[in-house]
Write a protein that binds this ligand. Structure first.
Ligand code: SF4
Length: 364
């Protein structure tokens, strides 16, 4: 498990201090709220609610490496307002479990031509089962579930418990990145495998596959002939107006936003005649749709102004680095201190601020 500790009554991790909606984190730029988005599925009402909540703060919205959404610069005591704004949009179905709904999924959720199975029903069953189990409210806020459609579009992840679709349509349970041979086909049964594993398994150090993810930026043809349009949020950060505009765009096309750990946003089920217009609108919102962009695979932590530990303006350094990056190069991450928050899984070129420059090394 990712940093989880073990309780005296067995393998169940003790809850940690990860922020959520009801427990905000004090940062250098004010209080920070982290909103879990199971499966990365964010509907237009949810996007509008998040944009409304961001207006109480400094307007900065962050997409995290776990496909959650962070809102920054909120005032002290904003948790009550956050609950009032987000709950009606369905973003707080369980106050007791809000910080443990860490479920990532493939961005096209089974629609990609290389996918083996749909993931939405599994994510829904997993989320419902998680929230219905009082004991699992004690999971670490860092414990991560993953539902992978087998398409290779998800990229490297450090998941504690994964359900990975096989070419026979079943989902195989993986623990710490290792296949177990336990397979289920029905969504509820697969979710049950994952939930029992969360109860029973000992902590582990997740193994991360080194393979490069299958590209999704731009348009991708779905197995049903419709199209998906995907764009990258530069360094995982946008403003509230952009988030609101993305929600409006999805609503106009009768779809939703799908966030991924790669800080992408995808609109699925587009009519072939609509996809080019959607891509143009994504570009107009300053999102990246070109896989050859230097922003692809480039990330940075919050840095100065947002984190008191930061030794440098790492976001400015990353912005300056982007034009020099070659397409398809190793992912790169800039961090303001040795904690390396937001470091992507898998092979990465790590730049850590030292106070007088950057210490660069290839990991792992
Ligand atoms: S890596 Fe260091 S400077 Fe960056 S957000 Fe984390 S604690 Fe702050």
């Amino acid at each position: 498990m990712n940093g989880a500790r073990v309780s005296s009554r067995g393998a169940m991790p003790i809850a940690d201090r990860c922020p959520g909606i009801l427990r905000l984190h004090p940062a250098a730029d004010g209080m920070l709220a982290r909103v879990r988005i199971p499966g990365g599925r964010l509907n237009p009402a949810g996007a509008a609610a998040l944009a409304d909540l961001a207006a109480l703060g400094n307007g900065i919205v962050e997409f995290t490496a776990r496909a959650s959404v962070q809102l920054r610069g909120l005032p002290a005591g904003a948790a009550e307002r956050a609950e009032a704004i987000l709950a009606p949009a369905g973003l707080l179905p369980s106050p007791t479990h809000e910080r443990v709904r860490n479920i990532i999924a493939s961005p096209l959720a089974g629609r990609h031509e290389a996918a083996h199975a749909e993931t939405d029903p599994v994510v829904a069953a997993l989320d419902a089962g998680l929230c219905a189990d009082p004991a699992l409210a004690e999971l670490s806020g860092r414990f991560l579930f993953c539902v992978d459609d087998g398409s290779g579009t998800l990229g490297s992840v450090r998941a504690d418990v994964s359900l990975v679709a096989r070419d026979d349509g079943g989902f195989e349970l993986h623990l710490g990145g290792r296949a177990t041979g336990r397979v289920a086909r029905a969504p509820e049964t697969a979710a049950g495998l994952a939930l029992r594993a969360a109860h029973a398994e000992q902590p582990c150090s997740p193994r991360v596959a080194a393979s490069a993810p299958r590209e999704i930026l731009g348009t991708v043809r779905q197995r049903d002939g419709r199209l998906a349009a995907s764009a990258l949020v530069r360094l995982g950060r946008l403003d509230r107006a952009t988030l609101a505009a993305l929600g409006t765009l999805a609503g106009r096309h009768g779809t939703e936003l799908r966030l991924s750990p790669r800080r992408t946003v995808t609109l699925v089920d587009l009519a072939p005649g609509d996809a080019a217009g959607v891509l143009a609108e994504l570009r107009a919102l300053e999102l990246v749709t070109d896989p050859a962009s230097g922003f692809a695979g480039l990330s940075a932590c919050a840095g100065t102004g947002a984190c008191e530990r930061a030794l440098a303006d790492v976001r400015a350094a990353a912005l300056a680095r982007a034009p020099a990056r070659a397409p398809g190069g190793l992912p790169e991450h800039f961090a303001g201190c040795e904690r390396r928050c937001g470091l992507p899984a898998g092979a990465v070129l790590s730049h850590v601020a030292t106070g007088s420059g950057y210490a660069t090394e290839r990991l792992p």
